[in-house]
Design a protein around this ligand. Structure first.
Ligand code: NAP
Length: 521
């Protein structure tokens, strides 16, 4: 406990606070993380919470991505909440619409939907000494004792600054903005990018388009993993045998942990051979050469696809490696002077993966802004908390183990940790913020471990690294991360009774000047 931690004494409530529910919790975002936070709040009997969602329906990634072939290339049974298994998954990987339906169903079942306020975007958050004030897009504001940001990570599209892009006469859009009425059958389609989204789109469209030009800046390793049906006996067992779901979940967890260990610190020989074997199915040496990366498998996020390499070998598909020079009204002109005539142009160009909470502005204790806190890199405490931002938590924040298989078990670890903090906040009526030194120490440990992985040593660029090449990804396996976040270590936190803060506010009537962040680190 810190010297501030006098909270074991009975709290003295400010009169205004005494007659309202405590804590009032606001969750930002109604995707997988936000729904989960809601479920766990209700588990604790906390019903004074609101989930603010910018869109008009829930589901996050799975609401926004509707492109042909959208699917999750992590095992479906691991891409479900551990406490809500879905014995109905029919294949190893699930399609986007089925995943969305699962999370919608689950939100209904756990009575989360009445808590969601749709069409509400948070623009600013400001700590007001003993609570947060959230400013909303319409200029109104609301107060919260605890804020849980579950805004997701890969949702601000990265739109490339290609000259002439706006002059293209046909539909041109990011992969997250697929027009619902678009018919690509027989059309000439350009796809920019070769990440997970582009490979899924290419595999889905290749059989039916007239022509598909895949504009590749960097070849991507694609692991050929068949999307096998779940055997009938297993589906039966998952539905009828009480322990089967848990056992299968643990089996998949162990398998993905093994893959993560091999990828980040093990002998990758077998892994590399499997990746190479997929590439070796390409019979045309010129096409194979185009698709062969000059970095090792796993440097960028690995793409798992049952049929990408088949798709690119179709006569209708052309992998274009000459860089895009500009776009004109009727297509794309590449650096070699070729004009690629197109009816549709898809920008599968990824996301601003390092925006995290932004464009929201967050201002914490002593006027410290998030941008100040992150001026020299992403400072967090165990991915979920931020120094100077009391009673504020993030789900899927910087240094989340994004390569540990499915993100859903990781979100569960985040949320369970946040709920333990919330229990403390609630029981002792305190403001709880991680210390700078504890946060900086944790971040430097993660970066040190990550800097020895192929993400850094492999010589590629990916969203696992920040703009300066510093890892923002955590090489921990799910189990290792669970250990790290098993229980809050309160000696790493500054803990201040809210009643004491309220008394100080009455006495001082002024806001202290912002402090120099660098001096504190
Ligand atoms: P991404 O992996 O970031 O890929 C973006 C692609 O666009 C890259 O090939 C990139 O080339 C290319 N690109 C970007 N700007 C370009 C430009 N100006 N000119 C030419 N090419 C450009 O994005 P994503 O495919 O949308 O996937 C992002 C993440 O979302 C994935 O890593 C994954 O975590 C998640 N995701 C998961 C699934 C799933 O099934 N689980 C499906 C889709 C997405 P460079 O490589 O040269 O930068």
């Amino acid at each position: 406990m810190t010297r501030h931690d006098t909270s074991r004494r009975p709290p003295q409530l400010a009169p205004a606070a005494a007659d309202r529910p405590f804590p009032r919790v606001v969750v930002i975002g109604a995707g997988i993380g936000g729904i989960l936070a809601g479920i766990r709040l209700r588990d604790r009997g906390i019903t004074a919470f609101t989930i603010l969602e910018k869109a008009d329906s829930l589901g996050g990634t799975w609401r926004e991505n509707t492109y042909p072939g959208v699917a999750c290339d992590d095992p479906a049974h691991l891409y479900s909440y551990s406490f809500e298994p879905n014995p109905g998954w029919t294949h190893r990987f699930a399609g986007g619409p089925d995943i969305l339906a699962y999370y919608r169903r689950t939100a209904e079942k756990y009575r989360i939907t009445p808590h969601i306020r749709y069409g509400t975007r948070v623009t600013d958050l400001c700590w007001h000494g003993d609570h947060w004030q959230l400013r909303l897009h319409d200029g109104t504001s609301m107060d919260a004792d605890v804020v849980i940001s579950a805004v997701g990570r890969l949702h601000h599209p990265s739109i490339p600054a290609i000259p002439g892009l706006s002059t293209f006469a046909g539909p041109a859009f990011h992969s997250t903005a697929w027009p619902s009425t678009l018919d690509t059958d027989g059309k000439r389609v350009g796809v920019v990018g070769t990440g997970s989204s582009a490979t899924q789109i290419t595999a889905a469209l290749a059989p039916t388009v007239g022509h598909l030009a895949l504009f590749q800046r960097t070849p991507q390793w694609v692991m050929t993993v068949p999307n096998n049906p779940v055997p009938g006996w297993l589906r039966w067992a998952l539905r009828h045998v009480p322990w089967a779901s848990g056992a299968y979940y643990r089996h998949l967890s162990r398998a993905t942990a093994k893959a993560t260990r091999i990828l980040t610190r093990g002998d990758r020989t077998g892994y590399n051979q499997r990746a190479q074997a997929g590439l070796d199915t390409i019979s045309d040496p010129a096409l194979k050469a185009k698709l062969t990366p000059d970095y090792g498998p796993g440097c960028k996020r690995m793409v798992n696809s049952p049929n990408f390499y088949q798709a690119v070998q179709r006569p209708a598909v052309n992998v274009v490696t000459s860089p895009i020079d500009h776009v004109d009204t009727s297509g794309v002109v590449t650096g070699d002077g070729r004009h690629h005539s197109l009816d549709v142009l898809v920008l599968a160009t990824g996301f601003q993966a390092h925006a995290f909470l932004r464009p929201m502005t967050v201002t914490g204790q002593r006027g410290i802004a998030l941008d100040d806190l992150w001026r020299h890199g992403y400072l967090t405490y165990r991915t979920v908390a931020l120094p100077a931002m009391p009673n504020f938590f993030m789900i899927n924040g910087p240094y989340t183990p994004a390569s540990s298989g499915s993100v859903v078990p990781i979100l569960e670890i985040d949320v369970d940790y946040v709920m333990q903090c919330l229990d403390r906040i609630r029981a002792d009526r305190v403001a709880l913020a991680p210390r700078y030194d504890a946060s900086a120490h944790w971040v430097s440990q993660v970066r040190d471990r990550a800097s020895r992985t192929i993400w850094v040593t492999g010589g590629c660029h990916s969203w696992y690294l920040d703009k300066d090449g510093v890892p923002v990804n955590n090489p921990a396996t799910r189990a290792e991360f669970a250990d790290e976040l098993a229980a809050p270590r309160y000696s790493d936190f500054e803990i201040t009774p809210l009643a004491a803060i309220a008394r100080t506010r009455v006495q001082t009537h002024h806001r202290p000047a912002p402090i120099d962040i660098e001096a504190r680190q």
